[in-house]
Design a protein around this ligand. Structure first.
Ligand code: SAM
Length: 313
């Protein structure tokens, strides 16, 4: 795959983007601050969900709008082998990503549809600006774009940026099969992607920030390339701070210890700081903290969040 398979045109659109289509579920800034008091993990699933109303605690993506690949045991075993036993090798981040994903790229979607629960609710609630540009950073196999298929045609362009060539190859195949013809694919690092300032209407990161070592730079880049008024939407695993703000959920010691250790084996680094920086950098439109099932760990629930923010005008 070439570094840039299609040169993205500049749509020249400066109109602000509203990111959350279900206005009933949009939180006003004050409401975001009104998240329930800390209660520990046990109470977490009982807490009201004022900013993403209607979203169940364990959002099972199989109910979502996207075509989900059929679960097959053999495919799962291949993925599990890569997640648990396959050594990740390489001298650079890109080589390590490719080493991790190459052997599981074709099985990625089936397994991840039962793990990455934030993608469905995030995409369902986005509004796509007519004639605008959407950059999906750390796009993987293009699942988000498939989920938004009915809206993608109204965009001028959707750009999938990822550093793992094997996943981008799958994305390219899947989007071609879905007859999405306004997508371009960029084999690039989301911390250094060469994209003009103020040129994008919507940026998404789904489960990619936790895999980017210099995630500060990725958020800075998103802020730089967004037009004033443009929207950022993020979902990912995380853990709370030891002493979370009273506005946010408090995770127990066990949660704060277990999940970072569990995911670190696959070079996925959970942090309490992603949310903090997103809140600092953007005007918060929605923020929600939830728990989701993990395949083959029936008793456990991994914490994840959904964030939608706006770049100040
Ligand atoms: C867990 S996957 C999520 C993929 C996709 N967003 C999804 O929701 O299925 C994380 C993705 O981030 C990509 N990634 C990690 N670090 C990156 C970087 N520095 N630049 C670009 N992509 C990166 C990985 O290659 C991988 O595709």
């Amino acid at each position: 795959m070439s570094q840039s398979q299609q040169t993205p045109p500049d749509p020249g659109r400066q109109n602000a983007v509203a990111a959350v289509s279900n206005t009933a579920s949009v939180s006003r800034p004050g409401e975001i601050e009104s998240l329930p008091p800390r209660g520990g993990d046990r109470q977490q699933s009982n807490l009201p969900d004022s900013d993403w109303s209607g979203l169940p605690d364990e959002h099972v993506d199989a109910d979502g709008p996207a075509p989900i690949a059929k679960k097959s045991l053999r495919s799962d075993l291949r993925v599990l082998w890569h997640l648990i036993a396959h050594p990740v090798r390489g001298n650079s981040h890109q080589e390590r990503l490719e080493s991790f994903y190459r052997g599981q790229a074709d099985d990625y979607d089936s397994f991840r549809s039962r793990l990455l629960h934030g993608r469905g609710p995030l995409i369902e609630r986005l509004q796509f600006p007519v004639g605008g540009v959407w950059a999906d950073l750390g796009a993987g196999t293009g699942e988000n774009i498939l989920r938004a298929k009915q809206h993608v045609g109204s965009l001028n362009e959707v750009i999938l940026v990822d550093l793992a060539e094997s996943l981008l190859d799958v994305a390219q195949r899947q989007l071609a099969d879905a007859k999405i013809d306004n997508a371009s694919f960029q084999l690039a690092d989301v911390t250094t992607w060469d994209r003009p300032d103020n040129s994008v209407d919507l940026v998404t990161f789904s489960y990619s920030l936790t895999m980017v070592p210099d995630w500060f730079a990725a958020i800075e880049l998103a802020h730089r390339i967004l037009k004033p008024g443009g929207m950022i939407a993020v979902t990912d695993f995380y853990v709370s701070r030891k002493y979370a703000s009273s506005k946010h959920r408090q995770h127990s010691w066990a949660t704060r210890w277990f999940w970072p250790a569990w995911f670190a084996g696959d070079n996925v680094y959970l942090s309490s700081d992603h949310c903090a920086m997103l809140h600092r950098k953007f005007e918060v439109q929605c923020f929600c903290e939830r728990l989701g099932k993990v395949p083959y760990l029936p008793l456990l629930r991994a914490p994840y969040y959904l964030f939608v923010g706006k770049k100040s005008t």
